[in-house]
Design a protein around this ligand. Structure first.
Ligand SMILES: CC(C)(COP(=O)(O)OP(=O)(O)OC[C@H]1O[C@@H](n2cnc3c(N)ncnc32)[C@H](O)[C@@H]1OP(=O)(O)O)[C@@H](O)C(=O)NCCC(=O)NCCS
Length: 183
């Protein structure tokens, strides 16, 4: 945040000023559970997060938090399965939305999946989450199918896939997104 923005108490409207660092168990009590509760009707419990973070050391998970001015404003995670990466969670605090936090997290996840050697990545998203689907389309994801009543036996999930993420074409797409994100 620039000096002027600090004086005006305004957040920058892009990915600038964010730090993205590995998720730690103590982060769960410092904002993550509140963001999760605001993001989903039935979200992950603290023990599900703890189990997921516990898998990071084995090399098949990757979890990060985004902070602005030291405050957790979002988080995201990946699960690696052979040469594919599955996005397990992306959520941003309501007060920090539409400021590029999820875009910055997704850029970080994309770079991580590519560095891990993945050739494609995938996710499930709520059929009603139009904003999230828009975000994923920006990163090259296309709808590939529907899992009926996937969420709490009620809401359908759209399965989205993005292939060939090691290609020069995908690298160029990420460069374009970085320009928008100013990161
Ligand atoms: C979806 C979510 C993660 C987006 O986070 P965010 O930080 O607000 O997203 P960003 O500001 O980085 O948005 C990047 C782009 O995604 C799209 N987008 C994000 N939210 C949107 C919305 N509510 N409506 C329309 N487009 C949206 C836009 O194209 C946006 O670019 P723009 O602001 O320049 O138009 C956030 O709304 C959230 O936590 N929702 C609840 C949890 C959830 O649905 N997670 C995803 C399920 S897997």
């Amino acid at each position: 945040m620039s000096v002027i923005e600090r004086l005006l108490q305004r957040e920058p409207a892009d990915g600038k000023g964010l730090s993205i660092t590995p998720m730690r168990k103590r982060d769960l009590r410092q904002g993550i559970m509140e963001i999760e509760a605001a993001a989903y009707q039935v979200g992950w419990s603290q023990s599900v997060f703890a189990t997921e973070i516990g898998q990071v050391g084995k090399g098949d998970r990757h979890y990060v938090v985004a902070r602005r001015d030291g405050v957790i404003v979002g988080y995201a995670g990946l699960w690696f399965a052979v040469d594919e990466a599955h996005i397990t969670n992306v959520a941003v605090a309501p007060m920090a939305r539409r400021q590029g936090v999820a875009r910055a997290l997704m850029l970080h996840l994309a770079e991580t999946a590519i560095a891990h050697g993945c050739v494609g990545w995938t996710l499930e998203v709520r059929a009603t989450s139009a904003g999230a689907q828009e975000l994923y389309r920006e990163f090259g994801f296309d709808a590939a199918g529907v899992r009926q009543k996937y969420y709490d036996n009620v809401e359908d999930a759209i399965v989205m896939w993005c292939h060939e993420i090691q290609s020069a074409r995908y690298s160029a797409r990420l460069d374009q997104i970085r320009e928008v994100a100013h990161v």
